[in-house]
Design a protein around this ligand. Structure first.
Ligand code: ZN
Length: 411
């Protein structure tokens, strides 16, 4: 996105507001808002990372008097201390307005019935989809995740026209509807899918089996939540609501801007956020800018669908798994070597994670006990139950270069 004088002054006032909070008072101790007079000045501002935000737990990010906060949300806390994001009423209203725009971009109107399957609670997913639906005036059907029988029953009886879901849950529902031969009884026309990296193959399957037009909605809890951008019906990238934030795309290794059109990490600076303004926040989402105006006529700039994460993670049955956490876990269990391999497969509508680990204790009862222990520890510390299998030391492949440990065979 191009830096203009207007953007510079919006950045200045955002930095000024951010510095009312404990977090930026420290993080930007050497930064004076009035000194940000050029793009070069802006580029000298330090990035803000998720680890920095963790350090502000619980309410260190709050940049307004705490009685102004009407709500908090939290980003997924599977890697330790959660990040708490406080929202003022204006933040909630702005988010709802952006989300309404997303629905409108997808051609969804108040006549639609929106079935919401992402989770409700501390994280921003379900409640964001709901907020946007209410602002639009559509009928929200707030299901939350799971309970496939009931989902399908409501979808049929309430004649839901829009499904909002993660790509994996949309696929599961699509498969169930096909298996049960219910195509004639569902009324879905559109699917709004929470942004994550998902393959073209999967997209075609969901669109084909459900008979819907699919839209990728983008967002992250730190920057309001889902709803800060969506693709248009031309499907040529996602439009971002750039009147609420400035974005740049950087090389995740060097932190330098990449030339327009090249892949890099998306970095966002908020203009309007009050509860927790964020300056140069690293999203870790990899994408690229799509230059030029969109043929759809929207004035909002575009990025390509997400390519992945600049850190190395996988999501299995809703749980985010980082290789670094698995390393940590296995190294704490006696009798387990450091070598492991994770295979993720999608079987019968369900993701299966198999964890192979090397051990001296293979064969017999000791092996079964060790596998059970690894499964239990994995569940307790990472949040889901894998199928753990011990193999003899040396059986897993070794590599001169960085060993690939996670094989995602799902799509
Ligand atoms: Zn467009």
């Amino acid at each position: 996105m191009e830096m203009t004088n207007e953007i510079l002054s919006r950045v200045q006032s955002s930095v000024r507001r951010a510095k009312n909070g404990a977090f930026y008072q420290k993080h930007f101790a050497a930064v004076e808002p009035g000194d940000i007079k050029s793009e070069a000045d802006f580029l000298r501002l330090p990035f803000t990372g998720k680890e920095d935000l963790r350090g502000a737990y619980p309410l260190g990010l709050c940049a307004v008097p705490q009685e102004e906060i009407v709500r908090v949300h939290s980003s997924s806390g599977t890697t330790g201390t959660p990040v708490i994001i406080p929202y003022t009423q204006k933040d909630v209203d702005d988010w709802a307005g952006m989300f309404k725009r997303c629905y409108e971009m997808a051609g969804i109107t108040k006549a639609d019935r929106i079935q919401i399957t992402p989770g409700y609670g501390l994280w921003t997913a379900g409640i964001g989809f709901q907020l946007g639906a209410e602002r639009l005036g559509a009928m929200a059907v707030p299901m939350g995740p799971g309970n496939t029988d009931k989902q399908i029953q409501m979808m049929i009886d309430l004649k839901s026209t829009v499904l909002t879901a993660t790509s994996s849950y949309a696929l599961l529902l699509a498969e169930e509807i096909t298996k049960r031969g219910l195509h004639d009884r569902i009324h879905l026309k559109k699917g709004v899918i929470g942004s994550e990296r998902w393959g073209e193959k999967m997209r075609r399957r969901i669109a084909g089996e459900l008979g819907v037009e699919l839209f990728d909605i983008y967002g992250l809890t730190e920057i309001y939540g889902p709803g800060i951008g969506i693709n248009c019906p031309l499907q040529e990238g996602m439009h971002l609501w750039s009147d609420y934030f400035f974005y740049e795309i950087i090389n995740p290794q060097t932190g330098e801007r990449v030339p327009e059109g090249e892949i890099g990490e998306l970095v966002i600076t908020t203009f309007e956020k009050e509860g927790a303004p964020l300056i140069r926040y690293r999203t870790h989402d990899l994408t690229r800018a799509i230059p030029g105006p969109c043929p759809c006529g929207s004035p909002y700039p575009r990025i390509a669908p997400l390519i992945g994460r600049s850190d190395d993670m996988v999501k299995v049955r809703g749980t985010i798994i980082y290789p670094s956490r698995v390393d940590e876990l296995l190294s704490s269990i006696e009798g387990v070597s450091s070598e492991y391999q994770i295979m993720i497969d999608h079987l019968n509508g369900r993701d299966i994670l198999t964890l192979f680990f090397e051990s001296e204790l293979t064969g017999g009862a000791k092996q079964a006990g060790l596998e059970a222990e690894v499964e239990a520890q994995f569940k307790a510390r990472i949040g889901m139950t894998p199928s753990a299998k011990a193999v003899k030391v040396g059986e897993l492949p070794r590599s001169e270069k960085k060993t690939t440990r996670i094989f995602d065979n799902r799509y």
